[in-house]
Design a binder for this molecule. Structure first.
Ligand SMILES: NC(=O)c1ccc[n+]([C@@H]2O[C@H](COP(=O)([O-])OP(=O)(O)OC[C@H]3O[C@@H](n4cnc5c(N)ncnc54)[C@H](OP(=O)(O)O)[C@@H]3O)[C@@H](O)[C@H]2O)c1
Length: 218
């Protein structure tokens, strides 16, 4: 698969490197693709990776990862031209300036705004409630971290499910895109535990289930 990874920061480099090492063709879209930072990210990701401008990176991409800051999102999407039919993976949390809360929630999510700013694109919310460190290694002593995703297009969700599985996550379909209203606050809980409570970034959510027959609902 050809994946455009927009942003060469913590998340872009972690996911782009993982996908390149899993055999995908990764194009890192950067504001400055010849910067030492972008070149170092490409070098670490290996032979399946290269860097380009964000506008070049999305050309012919099967999936586009947005790994950029929330305040840049509307402008960034507006600069990419027609994204109709494209799979957009949105890991962005609409954080306020102090990272202490969300600028949107309850009645609208960042992911729904992304969908509005990229008309016709198939937006999937994913990778927003795990740390970049866990993205690089989702294996906890043989137990995979759970990766929640939600979206309205079945094929786009299958793409994200596969890309998460390729990295070693247990991918979990969390329903339609409107459920990003729950996944984005979940990231705030993660930030609280990992940063404010000091659990650290080697922390992840993991869902456990029991194989028990449920009584039929009346
Ligand atoms: N860090 C985490 O553990 C984590 C976990 C889950 C979700 N997220 C979400 O993932 C997104 C990226 O987080 P991150 O930690 O990777 O951030 P980061 O390290 O600051 O990287 C963001 C990258 O976006 C690019 N960019 C494009 N427009 C920008 C602008 N106006 N200002 C600054 N950078 C701009 C930059 O790459 P170029 O210089 O190459 O353009 C930059 O390196 C955020 O929205 C965050 O909410 C983060």
């Amino acid at each position: 698969m050809k994946i455009a990874v927009l942003g060469t920061g913590n998340v872009g480099s972690a996911l782009g490197t993982g996908w390149a090492k899993a055999g995908h063709e990764v194009v890192f879209g950067s504001r400055d693709p010849s910067s030492p930072k972008a070149l170092a990210v490409v070098a670490a990701a290996g032979e399946n990776a290269r860097a380009a401008t964000v506008q070049q990176a999305v050309v012919g991409a099967d999936a586009i990862l947005l790994a950029t800051p929330w305040p840049a999102t509307e402008w960034l999407l507006g600069s990419l031209g027609n994204l109709s039919g494209k799979v957009i993976i949105d890991c962005i949390n609409p954080l306020n300036e102090t990272f202490s809360g969300l600028t949107h929630g309850h009645s609208i999510s960042g992911a729904e705004l992304v969908a509005a700013w990229a008309p016709g694109a198939h937006v999937v919310k994913a990778f927003n409630s795990v740390s970049a460190r866990v993205m690089s290694d989702p294996n906890f002593d043989g137990q995979p971290a759970t990766l929640f995703y939600c979206g309205d297009d079945t094929k786009a969700k299958q793409v994200v499910h596969q890309l998460a599985t390729d990295l070693g996550f247990e991918a979990a379909d969390a329903g339609p895109l409107v459920n990003a209203r729950y996944l984005e606050p979940l990231a705030m809980l993660y930030i609280h535990l990992a940063i404010r409570q000091g659990w650290g970034s080697n922390t992840a959510f993991h869902v456990i289930k029991r194989d028990v027959k449920e009584p039929k609902q009346q």
